[in-house]
Design a protein around this ligand. Structure first.
Ligand code: SF4
Ligand code: SF4
Length: 658
């Protein structure tokens, strides 16, 4: 049973021991720098991504294309097996390995998914990983941290210790010494093995060809083992043809490493054979006598049919990990086996079980959607974590904090269980929807907003609002959210006013994007900052002088990436003469999440705090004296850790207007 306590303990180690993340962050920075440096080599990057998306859309779940692929692989001499689940795949592979007691293997997430390594060892078959990073992970009994750089979270000191402990020697923590040592060990095993197992980055239907990329050259050695080459892949690695797969390989390499191409691209479209002497066919001339292709389904078809097709567009580049705020502070504790971060966790729901998804961090995701922006095929985990949370609510009984919040909403119509302090007021210009945070926790925000509205002579109505439903939605309680939406919309309708303004970016997003029948309501919904700017432009709100101050603006994810509202809050700050607005390095659509969203603040407070610390560091780096935001959740979470002042835009505008 995966409990709240279990999950808190799981992330406790990386949250407390930041040393562990130094190597990972350094590796991610190197990748990002190299991507930026080589961006010039991809003038057609956007059209390549579009082409890739189209090809994934066409191929994923395309049963006819899969049949064509199988037919062509068989025509080329491959033995093909479709495995419906883990056991199916493992039993088949064990049978193919036969009497051999040593198998060499290259990087493959599908083999990790089906627990091949462990199952082979149970049968007394020794399995050796031949990618250096994977070999280090194998020796340390650890978990990879990146799809193409599995050991990137380990320092030279960690690796020296791993090798020294494993071989009872004393190795210097020198990267070159360690690399050469690993190479010799791996080479010895490869020479002895008669069966090699690899994954495949792509299986191409038109040609019946498998494509595998690598830098180390180990794939070539593994696939050339004398007896058999077993390729273990999955149905979502399907491409219509080699050209489309090559486009994917270029993008995958660029996003995974920053390089324009890998050292090796292996295309396997047949078996090793000759008929040079009197046309007599001989199989296994210099390569293996048999090539076997195992294509694993393991829940993918069901997921695709349930509407999760885009989740399986993934090409395994790992770029989403580089900007994920959760991964940044807990590393590979977030993710499932080789499928790391939010996307991997969501996929684990289908590839394994609901409990596995919970254990791997289904509730860690802040729903910031930074990953969608980094992903070459637009996989945004925010949508998937919300949908999957909805499916697991029935087994979420072991999360008492969430249960309490949901009970509070049901009983008191707010997540804090507070007695309603909802004053109502008639007005003719707008309805001001304050939101639970401004009503019960960050009251200065509502007070400032109302004072500004009064100052500008706006006739505003207040309704006896109930929670907007955002918390319920983000944590998987869609039905409850629908009831709340209905109640709020009816109350707004009764005022006869058609414009509603919001202090909270989360409430605004929920109304705009998630409210059923919202379109029919014909309401105009704005964030308060958008409305304030209008008042300034119309001359209803006058800007006045005040203390000189250097500020930075933090884009709330709900308002920025989710609603694409970036400029209005900045425009307000820019018209105030004594305010100097400085931008943090990560800003606007690339803004770093504060860590409070998706129910993370309430469920995993320490995790939210760790993310907030990183955001505050961004502000300090640009020497800002204060952080301004337009979301009460962001304000509270940043304020909880900040050495500098954190305010809502309404509070600062109140000071600088008359
Ligand atoms: S939505 Fe944000 S927190 Fe969730 S997986 Fe994507 S980047 Fe990470
Ligand atoms: S989800 Fe997107 S960015 Fe992340 S590994 Fe897959 S393809 Fe790459």
């Amino acid at each position: 049973m995966v409990t709240e306590e279990y999950l808190k303990n799981k992330i406790n180690e990386p949250l407390k021991n930041k040393e562990k993340l130094i190597a990972l962050r350094k590796a991610f920075k190197t990748t990002r720098d190299r991507q930026n440096e080589n961006r010039i080599l991809f003038p057609d990057l956007d059209s390549r991504k579009e082409r890739l998306k189209k090809s994934r859309e066409y191929s994923i779940g395309n049963k006819e294309l899969l049949s064509q692929a199988i037919k062509n692989f068989e025509k080329n001499g491959f033995k093909v097996f479709i495995a419906k689940d883990n056991d199916d795949a493992v039993n088949y592979i064990i049978n193919e390995i036969g009497e051999e007691k040593l198998v060499v293997k290259s990087k493959s997430n599908v083999t990790k998914e089906i627990c091949l390594h462990e199952k082979l060892e149970e049968k007394g078959i020794e399995v050796i990983e031949t990618d250096l990073g994977d070999y280090i992970i194998q020796l340390s009994n650890g978990k990879p941290a990146h799809p193409t750089g599995p050991a990137c979270h380990l320092s030279r000191y960690d690796i020296a210790k791993i090798f020294s402990d494993a071989f009872q020697i004393n190795l210097e923590p020198d990267p070159l010494t360690l690399t050469k040592f690993g190479r010799e060990k791996i080479r010895n095993y490869i020479e002895k093995a008669k069966v090699g197992i690899t994954g495949a980055n792509a299986i191409c239907a038109e040609e019946g060809a498998a494509i595998i990329i690598n830098n180390e050259g180990n794939i070539n050695l593994v696939q050339m083992r004398e007896k058999k080459h077993i390729i273990v892949t999955s149905i979502d690695k399907l491409y219509p043809n080699i050209e489309e797969a090559i486009n994917m390989l270029k993008l995958c390499t660029y996003y995974a490493t920053g390089a324009p191409i890998t050292s090796y691209v292996e295309i396997i479209a047949g078996i090793s054979k000759t008929a040079d002497i009197e046309k007599m066919l001989f199989k296994g001339m210099q390569g293996p006598g048999e090539v076997i292709l195992v294509i694993v389904d393991n829940g993918r078809t069901e997921a695709i049919e349930k509407g999760y097709k885009n989740l399986f567009y993934c090409i395994g580049c790992g770029n989403c990990l580089l900007d994920c705020p959760v991964y940044y502070v807990v590393g590979n504790e977030y993710g499932y086996k080789g499928y790391l971060g939010g996307r991997g966790t969501s996929a684990s729901y289908f590839l394994d079980s609901p409990d596995t998804a919970l254990e791997n961090g289904l509730y860690f995701c802040t729903t910031c959607n930074s990953c969608e922006l980094s992903c070459p095929v637009d996989i945004g985990n925010s949508e998937y974590s919300e949908r999957i949370r909805e499916e697991v609510t029935s087994i979420e009984k072991n999360f008492p904090t969430h249960r309490k919040i949901i009970e509070n909403i049901k009983k008191s119509k707010n997540p804090f269980g507070e007695k309603s302090k909802n004053e109502t007021k008639k007005g003719t210009d707008i309805v001001y929807f304050r939101g639970c945070m401004a009503l019960y926790r960050e009251k200065d925000i509502k007070d400032s907003t109302m004072k500004i509205l009064e100052r500008a002579g706006v006739s505003y109505a207040l309704i006896e609002e109930v929670c907007c439903g955002s918390v319920a939605l983000r944590t998987g309680e869609k039905e409850l959210a629908k009831e709340l939406a209905k109640e709020n919309l009816e109350k707004i309708k009764q005022t006869g006013v058609s414009t509603v303004i919001f202090s909270c970016a989360g409430c605004l997003r929920t109304f705009l994007k998630d409210y059923p029948n919202f379109e029919e309501s014909q309401l105009k919904l704005l964030h308060s900052s958008q409305y304030f700017l209008k008042l300034i432009k119309e001359g209803k709100l006058k800007i006045k002088d005040g203390n000189k101050i250097k500020l930075t603006f933090h884009d709330p994810c709900h308002m920025g990436r989710h609603l694409k509202i970036y400029e209005e809050p900045r425009d307000i700050l820019k018209v105030i003469p004594n305010i100097e607005l400085v931008e943090m390095k990560r800003t606007k659509e690339n803004s770093r999440c504060c860590g409070a969203g998706g129910g993370v603040k309430s469920l995993f407070g320490e995790l939210a705090i760790a993310m907030a610390r990183e955001r505050v560091k961004d502000a300090i780096e640009v020497e800002a004296e204060a952080i301004i935001s337009t979301c009460p959740f962001c304000k509270r979470n940043l304020k909880d850790v900040s050495e500098i002042d954190v305010s809502d835009l309404s509070e600062i505008l109140l000071k600088y207007s008359e």
